[in-house]
Design a protein around this ligand. Structure first.
Ligand SMILES: NC(=O)c1ccc[n+]([C@@H]2O[C@H](COP(=O)([O-])OP(=O)(O)OC[C@H]3O[C@@H](n4cnc5c(N)ncnc54)[C@H](O)[C@@H]3O)[C@@H](O)[C@H]2O)c1
Length: 354
């Protein structure tokens, strides 16, 4: 019997609505498989918690989470709390504190009708973006000098350490080798003459150990164009924190929107727990209406199952996703259907256990 303890941080807005559906899937798997069990610990952290306590999470939050097998997060952020507070004092604190230096974002078209790209189909859009998740442009280094004065100056420093750059690039080469796919690095060496020239250099250096992996290297502006015009160029992609954030939103746009985009924050050494979450935010515009699409959050469950070594279940969840997206009447409004969030979850379980 394999047992996994999962910390739930449903968060704000639609976060709790979509997390509830992901948990529904995990509970269904537990019921169907006598060799697997899950237990859940829920934390009420997020913007409402901040408004009541002045903190996004408890001071000893990381300590409380340290011994779980995974963290399952909905979304944080809500009007009334500045986004840089909600993001930095919870999400980034966990990613950073638990050295979740790999952000895995699959960009895969599950249904031809979801892409706005003319002439592109499922065979053209199937990639895995590996985003550096611990430093780079989001390292939080900088200064704000002479605030409010005419001579005001702000500095936001990108931080690219050899250790941090090498380990993410090596992880990507390993992934490309394992899956027998090409590897594309996205950078910007022509304009960022320190950080990105260094990135390109490390990509080449590490590549010498992987002569079997076919590689490409694009500037981020060209890569953004190719994401839209020729997404079939990409299989495994490795890039920095900021560029990864942006190009994966393009990825979401060409595959059906944010309701279908997932991301895993991985600590590959398993020294700390990893965190699984949909890419979307708390969507205050639709929160509480029961119409949020839970499929991105459910896709995160598939990534979590893979991470636990339950790959068969991970695959089944993904296959069920591919099946459900072909039945428009079973989907939420953002994907052209009429179903509610919990109806999608219920039907998903039915299909999964069929
Ligand atoms: N990981 C996170 O927790 C995270 C990520 C992004 C934004 N945020 C925060 O969320 C708040 C809202 O940000 P935003 O509006 O820029 O982004 P958002 O992702 O919350 O919403 C953008 C648009 O996509 C729609 N959308 C998002 N998820 C959906 C879903 N599952 N089903 C159907 N429609 C969906 C929303 O209705 C909205 O129109 C902000 O406070 C922001 O900081 C948090």
């Amino acid at each position: 019997m394999k047992h996994f303890e999962i910390a739930l941080i449903p968060g704000d807005g639609i976060g709790p609505e979509v997390v509830a559906e992901g948990v529904k899937i995990l509970k269904a798997i537990e019921k169907a498989d006598p060799n697997v069990s899950f237990s859940f610990r829920e934390y009420p952290w997020g913007c409402e918690y901040y408004l009541n306590t002045g903190k996004m999470m408890d001071d000893n939050g990381l300590e409380l989470l340290q011994d779980v097998d995974a963290i399952y997060l909905g979304a944080v952020g809500y009007p009334g709390v500045p986004d840089h507070i909600s993001l930095r004092e919870l999400l980034i604190k966990i990613r950073r504190g638990f050295d979740q230096y790999v952000n895995l974002r699959p960009i895969r078209l599950l249904n031809d009708s979801f892409t706005p790209l003319k002439g592109k189909s499922q065979k053209d859009i199937d990639m895995l973006v590996i985003r550096e998740n611990s430093e780079g442009e989001y390292a939080g280094a900088g200064d704000w000098l002479f605030k409010g004065k005419p001579e005001e100056v702000v500095l936001q420093t990108g931080v690219f350490s050899r250790k941090g750059t090498e380990r993410i690039i090596r992880y990507a080469y390993e992934e490309a080798r394992k899956s027998n796919k090409t590897l594309t690095s996205i950078s910007k060496g022509n304009a960022l003459q320190y950080s990105m020239v260094f990135w390109d250099q490390v990509f080449e250096e590490v590549g010498k150990e992987y002569p079997d992996v076919k590689t490409y290297s694009y500037l981020v502006d060209a890569a953004s164009l190719y994401f839209v015009a020729q997404p079939e160029r990409f299989e495994v992609v490795v890039t920095s924190n900021l560029f990864g954030d942006i190009v994966t939103d393009i990825g979401a746009a060409i595959t059906g929107g944010l309701g279908l985009a997932t991301g895993a924050n991985i600590n590959p050494d398993k020294t700390y727990p990893s965190m699984f979450e949909p890419v979307h935010g708390s969507a205050p515009d639709i929160a509480g209406k029961g119409i949020a699409n839970p499929l991105a959050a459910i896709w995160s469950v598939s990534q979590m199952l893979d991470f636990f070594g339950l790959e068969e279940w991970g695959r089944s969840v993904l296959q069920t996703l591919e099946t459900i997206v072909k039945q428009k009447d079973r989907l939420t409004k953002d994907l052209g259907g009429q179903a509610t969030t919990s109806e999608v979850g219920d039907y998903f379980v039915e299909l999964l256990l069929k």
